[in-house]
Design a protein around this ligand. Structure first.
Ligand SMILES: NC(=O)c1ccc[n+]([C@@H]2O[C@H](COP(=O)([O-])OP(=O)(O)OC[C@H]3O[C@@H](n4cnc5c(N)ncnc54)[C@H](O)[C@@H]3O)[C@@H](O)[C@H]2O)c1
Length: 380
């Protein structure tokens, strides 16, 4: 079910796109569907010397991808000078919807978007990719137990891990968004033994961004003045949003968030619960889960992973646990990390209060249980 420009057409496109100086009418997307509709996007060539980066997005016909693809293709993640080849994976019944997404991408006439490959074949989706956004997952349906959801997703992420192992670049950076994100990332890494475990991460950036927004709102300051909030543990309702090490920057002065707020009771109760339950609140209001904010968070996560964190600042990512802060080893646990040269490092020696210790233990225990259930499913 995959198709793309044939090789000669592709080579011609590359020449026209990257060496020409005037608009070309050659389509810049390729898929079974875009061929059928002979995708007529106009490409405005720019002088680009950088080789295109292959980026896969799974669940490409879904609602998060609908926002995320635009952010990636316009340069928000990999920079304004980095051409992109998008690989879009979804399941066979969604190929018609994906056709529309490919048409829209073409119609955006984005100069950085070099090519689009849409497919339902993991072998094509993961071939030679340098970055992978694993968004697609089986959603929880009415009457479904947590175990049923885990069972469906463990199978999906096993297949995708195997495909990454076989076809992706060995330094591919993988971000798992699809839930249960932490355990899905663990399973994916397990089935991709030729890729370092450090290259598999789960998204807790949306929780971090939500927490940052809550603090900024409470203090009545712009969100850009709040940093170093930590999300510990699982991307679930047991996560622990921790602002005890967060800081506020105002008029050239840095103050700790607890000091600026002077409201420990709010920080330890309303704040934690609001962030933990924000996903459910959005579903109640929108009748659909968070999508625009999830896409923004995925873009933030991958951007920081590729370009690094600012000195003195850290971000939260679900990464393979080495047991830091008493977290269980070998689960994907969200920690504060700094990033240099494309490699993350867990921030060490932060003080953990008794209150925090209890919440870290609860979320760690949940991750151990999820791991056990997932392994039982696989080994059954
Ligand atoms: N980590 C986070 O912070 C966070 C935040 C929001 C949503 N999520 C999760 O992200 C996932 C996607 O959310 P959405 O709103 O885009 O859902 P959606 O239902 O709109 O889209 C999901 C897409 O994935 C596709 N898909 C299913 N199985 C697939 C497979 N095996 N291979 C490729 N594609 C497949 C579906 O066909 C669908 O098009 C969900 O699991 C959701 O719970 C995570």
């Amino acid at each position: 079910m995959t198709s793309r420009f044939n090789k000669i057409e592709k080579q011609q496109l590359q020449v026209q796109t990257f060496q020409g100086g005037r608009p070309s009418s050659t389509p810049n997307c390729s898929s079974k569907v875009s061929e059928k509709y002979s995708c007529k996007a106009t490409v405005y060539p720019r002088k680009m010397t950088t080789a295109p980066l292959r980026v896969v997005v799974t669940g490409a016909a879904g609602q998060i991808a609908y926002s995320l693809l635009y952010m990636i293709a316009k340069g928000d993640v990999f920079g304004p000078n980095q051409p992109i080849i998008l690989h879009l994976l979804d399941i066979p019944p969604m190929m018609g919807v994906l056709e529309g997404v490919v048409m829209e991408l073409a119609d955006c006439a984005l100069p950085l978007l070099h090519d689009v490959i849409s497919t339902d074949e993991p072998s094509d989706a993961f071939r030679d990719v340098t970055a992978a956004f694993l968004v697609g997952a089986m959603p929880r349906k009415q009457g479904m137990e947590r175990k049923d959801l885990l069972s469906a997703n463990v199978k999906i992420f096993k297949v995708q891990g195997e495909a990454l192992n076989k076809y992706a670049k060995k330094d591919v950076k993988v971000l798992v968004v699809g839930n249960p994100a932490n355990t899905n990332a663990l399973i994916c890494a397990k089935y991709a033994p030729s890729i370092p475990k450090q290259n598999f991460t789960a998204m807790t950036r949306l929780d971090q961004n939500r927490a940052q927004a809550q603090i900024a709102e409470r203090l009545g300051i712009p969100v850009s003045q709040v940093s170093n909030i930590i999300i510990w543990g699982n991307h679930s309702s047991t996560q622990f949003p921790d602002a005890s090490h967060a800081v506020v920057e105002e008029h050239g002065q840095t103050t700790s968030v607890p000091e600026a707020l002077q409201d420990a009771a709010w920080l330890n109760s309303v704040f934690v619960e609001t962030v933990q339950k924000r996903g459910a609140a959005v579903i109640n209001a929108r009748k659909m889960s968070s999508a625009m904010s999830a896409a923004k968070a995925a873009a933030d996560h991958m951007k920081d992973w590729f370009s690094g964190t600012i000195a003195g600042k850290f971000v939260s990512m679900g990464v393979i646990s080495d047991g830091s802060y008493g977290a269980p080893k070998d689960v994907i646990f969200s920690f504060p990390v700094t990033i240099r040269g494309g490699k993350w490092q867990i921030v060490q020696d932060l003080e953990i209060s008794d209150f925090a210790r209890n919440l870290l233990d609860i979320t760690g225990k949940e991750l151990e249980e999820e791991r056990q259930e997932a392994l039982q499913i696989i080994e059954a």
